[in-house]
Design a protein around this ligand. Sequence first.
Ligand code: 3PG
Length: 209
Amino acid sequence: NIEKTEAVMTAAPVIPVLIVEDPAKAVPMAEALVRGGLPAIEITLRTPRALEAIRLVAENVEGAIPGAGTVLNEEQYEAALAAGSQFIVSPGATPALLDVADKHDVPLLPGAATASEVMYLLERGYSRLKFFPAEQAGGASYLKSLSSPLAGAKFCPTGGVTLDKAPDYLKLQNVLCVGGSWIADAKAIASDDWAGIEERARAAATLRG
Ligand code: 3PG
């Protein structure tokens, strides 16, 4: 479902990647991100209470498009959907994960970092992908090199992306958005820095000018 996936990827130039320890922080955090202009937010399933955080955002934050990140298997996929995730992100892809995704209408952004991984995902019908780990795998120049041979694939580069590096990706033909944790890192969330999160969201939201 390319339209649905692209709606998530083009809601804003940046998808904030979030590690939320305390679900009580999730609502004010998401509200700050939405106010700053970043509606699509990826809450990673790396903390014990991440699903609770997703549910709270889904139920309470108007305008937010909550998604689940770091979804590695069928069990996590189903739990993320049950919590109200409107999109799913994975650092990679396995046949089993894609089989689950095929059963649902909720967009999956599977991760890929090589030509073969991209080709496999295209074969499986997935052309809107996460490029991970973006900076470490070769950065914007590497991704640019994939755009001519693998023209059908469009990416959300994530991993080591910052406000300064984002424009190099966003100008590529095969990039729809970028992801990153710089807008709301663990420290900002733990210290209730909602004003700072909103300010960084605003800067990210206007990256395309
Ligand atoms: C991740 O999965 O942790 C994301 O890629 C975020 O990476 P970053 O912290 O380097 O932005």
